[in-house]
Design a protein around this ligand. Structure first.
Ligand SMILES: NC(=O)c1ccc[n+]([C@@H]2O[C@H](COP(=O)([O-])OP(=O)(O)OC[C@H]3O[C@@H](n4cnc5c(N)ncnc54)[C@H](O)[C@@H]3O)[C@@H](O)[C@H]2O)c1
Length: 341
């Protein structure tokens, strides 16, 4: 039985802890660490059977019984904690993004070259049953040679402006999942990005230096084109759809709903709204990603989402940021050159 330490007891830390406690057969959570842990969270952790509750993650790293850690703390702590965990010989599951700073991500990649630990990045959408079915159809050649990848990704509501200010901007915070999805669905790399952005939801988001509505077009190495549309507010819930179109046909995925009941009456035909947000839509994906991380440790197989994927999505996000600033297309190679990659 693997012993796990969770670093960061906020929203996503608790989700992963619940997943392991309830659904993962060959792992238990032994410890949780958070410098700002609340009494309520500490009680919740005790109730889950977690024996050690710390304010300093280094106590988890010093515990020889702990095999792996899940880094679920605020983004600005991920790369430093990753380096400490790798040095301590712990397998790492790190929430997205590894960092906003490419140089810091590269330090993690360098540390991994010298180490045998597994390192998985939390791109949970790859484990969603719908996205995975679409990816499998593409990988099996059912769609033929690809022409287009289309992703629609809209949140039900904008986060507080205080969050926006430290988020790294919409492309590194929100679209980063969609950039990873373009790579995952197409099986190809992004070579060029053109991003448009507007502030149409909340002026305060613009005052904080960010945008809330975006369209990003991309060229891929396999010749196909991709387009993502984002908005921080969709009045009808969390809108997460995708389509891949090619020479043999297309595969499209839609939103999940609580039920697929459709009521028809004199006023029209009514169906359920999409599941409200990521905790509802992706709960199964969160369980699957942690299960596959544990399996990769137990079976000594490659992790399903590696640190290079973590880096690539950030590079595309930086290209999109630059494109928006310059109002011009940006080649990924130019971003790579900036960091001598
Ligand atoms: N993959 C996804 O779908 C998904 C969803 C939500 C959040 N995230 C990512 O997970 C991370 C956390 O997000 P959240 O929404 O849970 O935030 P949150 O604010 O709810 O939780 C973060 C927690 O980290 C703790 N923390 C800060 N510094 C720490 C340190 N040095 N050691 C241990 N704990 C520390 C904070 O006290 C807080 O409790 C972010 O990087 C975010 O991008 C990913």
């Amino acid at each position: 039985m693997l012993k796990i330490g969770i670093i960061g007891a906020g929203r996503i830390g608790r989700v992963h802890c619940e997943s392991i406690t309830r659904y993962v057969k060959n792992a238990v959570v032994k410890a949780i660490a958070d410098p700002f842990i609340t009494e309520e969270t500490a009680k919740w952790a005790k109730d889950k059977g977690i024996s050690e509750i710390y304010d300093d993650y280094k106590k988890i790293l010093a515990d020889k019984e702990i095999d792996a850690v899940l880094i679920c703390s605020s983004t600005d702590t991920h790369s430093a904690i990753s380096l400490d965990a790798i040095a301590a010989g712990k397998h790492v599951f790190c929430e997205k993004p590894i960092d906003h700073d490419v140089k810091k991500i590269c330090k993690v990649l360098d540390a991994l070259k010298e180490s045998k630990v597994k390192y998985q990045v939390g791109f949970n959408r790859r484990f969603d049953h719908n996205f995975r079915a679409a990816q499998e159809a593409v990988a099996q050649g059912k769609i033929g040679d690809l022409n287009l990848v289309k992703i629609c990704s809209r949140d039900p509501g904008a986060p507080p402006v205080e969050y926006i200010k430290v988020s790294g901007g919409i492309f590194l915070d929100m679209t980063i999942h969609d950039f990873d999805m373009v790579r995952y669905l197409s099986g190809s790399e992004v070579t060029e990005v053109f991003a448009y952005g507007q502030v149409l939801v909340d002026k305060a988001i613009g005052d904080a230096g960010d945008i809330d509505t975006a369209v990003i077009t991309m060229k891929l190495a396999n010749g196909a084109l991709a387009v993502i549309d984002n908005c921080r507010r969709a009045s009808y819930g969390y809108d997460q759809r995708a389509e891949v179109f090619g020479s043999l046909g297309q595969v499209a995925i839609s939103n999940d709903t609580v039920s697929n009941a459709v009521i028809s009456d004199a006023n029209g035909v009514h169906a359920e709204k999409p599941l409200n947000f990521f905790l509802e839509r992706y709960m199964g994906a969160y369980v699957a990603e942690v299960n596959e991380f544990i399996d990769s440790i137990v079976n000594d197989t490659p992790v399903p989402v590696d640190a290079v994927s973590g880096l690539e999505a950030v590079l595309i996000g930086l290209a999109a940021k630059k494109s928006l600033r310059l109002n011009a297309p940006v080649k990924l190679d130019d971003i790579r050159k900036e960091y001598s990659l």
